[in-house]
Design a binder for this molecule. Sequence first.
Ligand SMILES: O[C@H]1[C@H](O)[C@@H](O)[C@H](O)[C@@H](O)[C@H]1O
Ligand SMILES: [Fe+2]
Ligand SMILES: [Fe+2]
Length: 339
Amino acid sequence: MTILIEQSALVSQVEQKDLQKNKNELVLDGGFTVPKVLTSDAFVAPEINSFGQTFRDYDAESERQKTVEEFYRLQHINQTYDFVKRMREEYEKLDKAEMSIWECCELLNEVVDESDPDLDEPQIQHLLQSAEAIRKDYPDEDWLHLTALIHDLGKVLTLPKFGELPQWAVVGDTFPLGCAFDKANVHNKYFKENADYNNPAYNTKNGIYSEGCGLDNVMISWGHDDYMYMVAKENGTTLPSAGLFIIRYHSFYPLHKEGAYTHLMNAEDKENLKWLHVFNKYDLYSKSKVLVDVEAVKPYYISLIEKVSPCISLFPCQAEMVKLAIFEFKSIQDLEAAL
Ligand SMILES: O[C@H]1[C@H](O)[C@@H](O)[C@H](O)[C@@H](O)[C@H]1O
Ligand SMILES: [Fe+2]
Ligand SMILES: [Fe+2]
């Protein structure tokens, strides 16, 4: 996906020095500032989710609780250092299929995320709910709208055409491998059954890493975050590094919400984390049973996509997909026909 972000998106904010004292403004170390526009239409984060619980309550009795806990049991047992290494190698191959970003969004009509206690709607709704929410408060930051729109696109990995990976290999919070599992991870008791748990090379605070090594050097559990980051990089994206950081680490709740594993971050990670904190509010609290009218907002997102990227290359992992990948697919229909 080639995403061209107008330089002015960030630079123009420098001129807004007179707003710098406004507490609704994000001030970055580089001197860039991004005002949050407060209008009567501002996004208001709800206190409870659609199931009557507080958000991200993994123990509250609800219709989702058992499914979600079983998801984390499987995720914590199966995501090992070796597994992540294998998945990265598999997806780093340049085999590709092409489709438009919007076509890819529509595929998420078929995906419901089993790890999520707050939402059981098709994921296309989540993409649009989060993008619409962030758009309300940051109307001029189109790179943020786009980041929200694509941040969970990697969940297509659960679909047959993309390898039909089990949910534990695609969704849920992420965590590092190669160092000790932190208690800040939800349902962390299931790590005891992970093959890495008793490996002395991996079960100390730093494990195979050194303090401040930077998250880029850390093996994080495999899923839609890292996959989408890879897709964006391979497609030569020009999204700002904060956008890429959001895509890559938005599920790393133990770090961005609980402050665990922060000793692995470097200075650039710390800078980008500010943006992830901004983004997280819209990612989490926009989850709702009040659905976005897809057809009504489609023209805006199509124009946004056209502005930045007409098509996106995705990396399938199944053997038959790899064979087919020597062709360039212009649309999902072509892909289906070839299958
Ligand atoms: O259940 C959710 C969902 O899978 C999100 O897409 C992910 O980013 C979150 O971290 C996770 O808690
Ligand atoms: Fe996500
Ligand atoms: Fe999300």
